[in-house]
Every structure is written in C-alpha cells, then in structure tokens.
Ligand binder design. Structure first.
Ligand code: ARG
Length: 459
C-alpha cells in the first residue's frame, strides 16, 4: 500500500517493523475525537478562504459518514496506515476522491493527535467527576445510617479512641472531594486547543485558531506552537490526580478487607461484590476491594511511565510521545471501573453495628476520657496521663478493663475521681462528648453530613 507520506521513500519497511511503529491497535479509541477535530478544521479552512465550499462540503459529508460508521463500530483499520489519523484520511479520500487530501492543509498529525487527546480527556474527566459524585452519595448514605454506630478508631492499627463509623466514612467523602477538585482544576488546562500549531512552527496559511477552538468548545488556545505539540502535562496531571485518588480508594479497600475478616467482623460485603474459593467451601473473599488495591499500582505506573518518557525529550514532537496513550486509556478504564465498583460495594455492604460496638467495650480506647476527666478538674494533663497509665497497667495485670475497677481504686489513684467516671468511660459518651468542629461527636458528624450534602448539590 502506498504510504500517505511515501513521496521521498524508495523502500518500505517490512510488516514486523511497521507493526512495531504503529499505534492503530490502541489509538482507534480516538476515532470520534479525530473526526470531531477534522470537522472543525475543515470548516475553518473554508471560512478562511483556504479551500472551496465544494471541497468543504465533500469533506464534511465524508467525515459525517465515517462518524456514523464509527459509532456503529463498523470501521476496520489497516496496520500499514500506522495510526488513526492516516487511516481516517485514507478512508475519506477513498470515499470522496482527491478532495479528501485537502483536509490536511495547514495541519500536521502533531497538532491533530494533541487535539484528539485534549478532547478525549475532557470528556472522560467530566465522566469521572460524575462517578466520584455517585461514590460520594454512597458514602453519605451509609454515613447517615451510622451516625451513632460506635467503632474503635485506630492509630498504628492499635485501638486509640472510639469514633462514629459515619465519621470514618465521611473522612473518605472529603478525600474524594479533593480528588474531584484536582480533576476539575486540571480540566482548565485540558480545555485549551493545540490545533493550528502545525508540525511545530505554525503555518503559512491564514488560519483562525480561535475559530476552531470555539467550534470544539475549548476556552482558549496554546499560546506557543512548539509548546502546543510538545505538551503532555495535561495527561500527566490527570494521571497524577488519578494516582492520588486510587491511593485513597486503595486505603479504603484495605480497611474493607480488614473489616470483613472474621477477626474484625465489622462489615459483610454483599454476595454480588464477593467471590468464593474453588477449594475452600466456606470462603467469601473481598476480591473487588483487593483488585482495586492492586490496580492502584498500574495507575502509578502509567504516571511514572509518562513522566519518564518525557523527561529527556527535546522540543517538539518525538515519536516517543506515542507512548502517552496506552497508560492514559488504561487509567481512564481503571479509575472508572474502580469508582463504579466501590459505589456498589459501599451501598450494599452490611454493617455489623453490634460487633463494632462490642469491640470498643473490650479495650482501653476510653483511657483518654479518664485523663481528660482529671485534666478537666484542673490536674495538669501530663499528670493525669500518668495516673491513668498506671490504672491501665493495673487492669492489664488483673485481666480486666477500666470500667471494671471499683470506685475505691479510682479514688486511691486520684481523689478527683467521682462516681460519674463510669458514665465518662462509656464509649458512646466518649464519642458524643467530642464536640470540637470536625470531630467525631454525633452533633459534629450530623453537621458534617449536612455540609457534605450541600457540597454535592452545589456541583
Ligand atoms: N501516532 C502518532 C502518535 O500517537 C501520531 C503523531 C505522529 N506524528 C509524527 N510526526 N509521526 O504520537
């Protein structure tokens, strides 16, 4: 097959060499964006008097037919034509004749591929932001059902202080909110048009870059043609925001995996989001959460991969940059899949409120309450800490918990103790009394949920 760039060549590469260089196996994902970009470009060419109305009409008709076939998934591509851009141009020319060859006037594949990826990421990021919202709804709805569900809060994975389960879930709500903000912020840079940069230097034709930018819904153009075709920052930013978000999802995965062990027994995943073992009949495995934790690695990998591809590249386009696509496509797919699975998992999980509540009765996570009690009565906190530490040690030696000690024991440890300490020791009271803003107290968590609902509505 004659190459579209074949003029100066006397020999063609063998098929295995072509295959190594081709991107059509993966960049066909950009088919609709490529057609959209071409439509805007051809309208501009005619408007600026660079091609005739007849040629424009022929090209527009041809591109629209190609779009219809693409939507129906009826297009087949050829490896010899390297990538989606050359494949589509060749199909267009086959359809409408030599006029098809005018489409590439004042354009290069370098600005063409860049515009395709900007359009692609804009659409996908908007979709991902929507999916984050759905996941946040799921967190909110579980939180609302669990404001007064008490669980152990941990530091160092050691029991620390009792908290509301809703409070724990809402921590993820706010992380996801920042993820959403990061992606929206990045969208500003995705939404700039590189089209019209040409190969690197601009063009001698009197094109109108603002016109194509408007047609494509971009809110501005790259100021520098070299930058426009060399820049992949917008993809790296997306990969980096996605990496941070996957890290959040991975942490929650880890917690869900722990919580659903027999040792914790805090939640049970719905059967629809768990799997069995081929040998051990009793098993119910949290595969989906494990997979999300695992897939976090490939998203990080794509980010590091692209940063590494770009670090040594001179301006402007280099073929290395073709390596920008697979990691981006893979990340979009991974992030969307993970968010959907997570929303389902959270919405359907069963919360074992009793197991959580029992857990905090059999531990020392109420020790801080005692220290606060003494400090509240004027004892310097350091001294209060020491008094309570000794009581804890006493309990450990006697195999009991703080609430099991008789009042006399408390009194001999400090005369400030009164019988009301037993109420103070109750985990429910401990949570309820945490009234500082953003803390785990029921009134705070309730207010936080209201604020979160408002935040979701505003977006
Ligand atoms: N398939 C190429 C890529 O994805 C398109 C741009 C090719 N440009 C070039 N000058 N060879 O990077």
């Amino acid at each position: 097959m004659k190459k579209l760039w074949g003029g100066r060549f006397t020999a063609t590469a063998e098929e295995w060499v072509e295959e190594f260089g081709a991107s059509i196996s993966f960049d066909q994902e950009l088919v609709l964006e490529d057609i959209e970009g071409s439509l805007a470009h051809v309208l501009m060419l005619e408007k600026c008097g660079i091609i005739s109305k007849e040629d424009r009409n022929a090209i527009v008709t041809g591109l629209k037919e190609l779009k219809e076939s693409a939507v129906k998934d009826e297009l087949t591509y050829s490896l010899e034509l390297e990538d989606i851009h050359l494949n589509l141009e060749s199909k267009l020319t086959n359809k409408i004749g030599p006029a098809g060859g005018k489409l590439h006037t004042a354009r290069s594949r370098n600005d063409q591929v860049a515009v395709d990826m900007h359009l692609y990421l804009r659409r996908e990021i908007e979709e991902i932001i929507g999916l984050i919202g759905e996941f946040q709804e799921a967190l909110l709805s579980q939180a609302k059902d669990n404001i007064e569900t008490i669980m152990p809060g941990y530091t160092h994975l050691q029991r620390a202080q009792p908290i509301s389960f809703a409070h724990h879930l809402m921590a993820y709500f706010w992380m996801l909110d920042r993820d959403k903000q990061r992606l929206s912020e990045g969208l500003k840079r995705v939404n700039k048009s590189p089209l019209g940069a040409g190969a690197l230097a601009g063009t001698t034709f009197p094109i109108d870059r603002h016109y194509t930018a408007d047609l494509l819904g971009f809110d501005g153009i790259y100021e520098n043609s070299l930058d426009a075709v060399s820049d992949r920052d917008f993809i790296i930013e997306f990969l980096s925001s996605s990496s941070i978000m996957m890290m959040h999802l991975s942490r929650l995965s880890e917690e869900m995996i722990l919580w659903s062990t027999q040792e914790f027994g805090f939640i049970e995943l719905d059967d629809r989001f768990a799997t069995g073992s081929s040998i051990m009949p009793q098993k119910k495995n949290p595969d989906m959460a494990e997979l999300i934790r695992g897939k976090t690695g490939r998203v990080y990998g794509s980010m590091i991969g692209l940063l590494t591809v770009l670090k040594g590249l001179p301006l402007a386009y280099n073929k290395d940059m073709q390596e920008d696509k697979e990691g981006m496509f893979d990340t979009v797919k991974t992030v969307k899949g993970s968010l959907k699975i997570f929303a389902g998992m959270i919405n359907t999980m069963a919360v074992n409120k009793e197991a959580m509540g029992n857990a905090v009765k059999k531990d020392f996570s109420n020790a801080t309450e005692l220290a606060d009690y003494l400090a509240g009565k004027g004892l310097p906190f350091r001294e209060a800490h020491e008094v309570v530490g000794k009581l804890v040690l006493e309990c450990i030696q006697r195999s009991c918990y703080l609430a099991d000690l008789p009042i006399e024991e408390f009194k001999s440890a400090s005369s400030l103790f009164e019988p009301d300490i037993y109420e103070v020791l109750s985990p429910y009271e401990a949570v309820k009394r945490r009234i500082s803003s953003g803390g785990t107290g029921f009134s705070e968590v309730t207010a936080m949920i209201a604020k979160a609902e408002q935040t979701l509505k505003e977006k």
